[in-house]
Design a protein. Sequence first.
Length: 346
Amino acid sequence: MSDLKTRDGIMGILRSRWINSEPLIVSTGDRERNNSIYVINRSLTDKPLLIDFWEYTCTNCIRTIPYLNEWHRRYADKGLVIIGVHTPEFSVTSDRKSLEHAIRKLGIAYPVVMDNDYGFWTAFHNEYWPRKVLFNSRLEIVYDQAGEGGYADLESKIQHALLESSPGLPLPGIMEPVRDTDVPGTRSYPITPALHFGFVRGKIGNAGGYNRDSEPVVYTLPEQPQEDTVYLQGTWAATEESAIATTVPSCITLTCRTAGIDAVMASPGDHTIKVYVLIDGIPVDGRSCGKDVLFDDDGSYVPVREPGLYNITKDQPYRKSTLTLSPDSIALEMFALTFVSSVEPN
């Protein structure tokens, strides 16, 4: 009886890690140990398997989701199994409720496993978000790519793996690129690199930088700010992963090169914070505002509540511009800013 209880307890823990599915794969070990994976669900036998390492606040990961959703729709009934391995980049993104919200928002129907202990990440010796690993039906790796791109090549490999296990299987044509920047051979404008906050990976341009003991600091802007550098104004406290506004008014400012901007932000508890957005000193216009931007009498703003990736601008002409983000109340937590490019004309 004790063995049964132990087994049931373990299976309960495993089930709590999986979304949209019963447990399919177990990873053993942790970040500090080189471990392995093993199959516990016979439904994976003799089927191609696509593993996608992703994170719901990673812009590059989110841009790959339309392809994964379509491949699941096209090929799940033909034998392909897709598993999204969600390895959190930030401590706040390890929460199941927030992940489930993101999965619903993104329309993900394939299985997702919460890799909060970095077991899968370690087993695959992974270093990247996103990364896609395709196994054929004999569990041999036939494709392995980090980062965006290569969608047509990967779908071709998926089809080849399916035909290996089921010769003569009718298959559709390769899907068209979702974005102009996904077309093979296109050139994209250089953009500001992703910028993190917090005193472990982040860096600010203010004199003195972050205070590592979490005590709030009053920041002022320099007379000549540098491009591609984050500056704080007002009173902010730093954690390992984030900067937290402790007074209002306060703001974040940055001169960047981009065609679109996303921000990883959070608000404590159930409190919604309005983060007002200015581009070159004026509110975002209706043509280039991101999907998370709303408007009121005071201008354009993003309502921040649960931890997530918030889209600030999109489809704007590539240019250098100055972004200013100003929360309307204290406790806004800022984790990262990421940027999107556009196709460079020939």
